[in-house]
Design a protein around this ligand. Sequence first.
Ligand SMILES: [Zn+2]
Length: 374
Amino acid sequence: MKRTTIIIMVLSLMVAALTQVFALSEIRTVLVPYSPEYEARVVSNLMNEYAKVSQHTLSYEDVRCNIKKLREWGMPEERMLTLTIDDVRTFLRDLTREGMHLTLSENEKITTKETTPLSTERELELELIQRILKEKGLTIEQFNSLINMSNDIDDIIAMSNAEIADIFSGTTTPPSKGLHTYYGNIPYFGGDGSTAFDTSINISSTYIQNYCNLSKDFSEYVLNRTYNNASTYSSQNIRFSYYLFGEYDNQIGGVHEGVDIHDANDSDRAIRSAHPGKIIGVGGTYGVVQVFDDFENWTVTYMHLDTSANGYSVDDYINRGSNLGNQDNTGLPSTSGNHLHTQVVFGETTNTPSGQNMTLSSEFPYYVLTWYLP
Ligand SMILES: [Zn+2]
């Protein structure tokens, strides 16, 4: 090898090593502790990205809310300064993609066939469960519901058949297709015992709790009222978790495709939008206001409103906090009562499915509803 060749090789190795050092130090500069200047750069980067796809200029505060949510939901800080629209969209989609949140709990595993060899302990437990099912005349769904109501196996053994019958007396009867599975004792739901969900959604208690917490955040914002944490359903000021996405709905005879919330103190409560965006539908039989978010490419529908006073037309842009109308029962049978139905649909669409058999496999709609909230 010529001497010049060796020198060139050594030099290029040194350059490569130096590049490596600079690359590392660049990452470190991003990880400096919070400063107003740094935050302003993060916000302005995302605002510029919005401007590429949206005719609507988002407020600085709305973008700051998005950034807060991205951090809470696990976006690494070193990506914040260079986020693109595609990064954000992919991140949000992946957040709750099927598989990530579909790890079945121990209680749910017993409804499936085990293919791996069982440990002796597990075999004994399954045997015990089979015996309880037989002795108490329980279905596996009912057994799961009892477990989800914070009973352990010993508690269930100690229950009399009359006690069990009592627990399930208010139970919704699921459709015969076997597409639904029971869940009991929904947080904040109050008093109704078990309910049925589409089997495509994760019904473990952790995720039901998360659905409810996100619904609560959303409800408090759109109703501009704080939930009063009452211990009984009848004294709750906000009844925000009936029905949840994927819950079996007696009235429509299918799966509910949104979240129903109800201001129980003020039947005509003003509803404020949780989203900035373009109005693509307003009024009509069901009293809708449909807000298309052209950054995230989804439509949020607010339904059963009295929209007569809001003054909006299709193609108007609104802000987070805009008054959409008043809580009402537009389009509902008079027996249903005033409440707000909210629904998330991908893309720009005025089509609102009537509530039949939509499968849900993630918490995505719940994240969408809170994406702009402070
Ligand atoms: Zn509804």
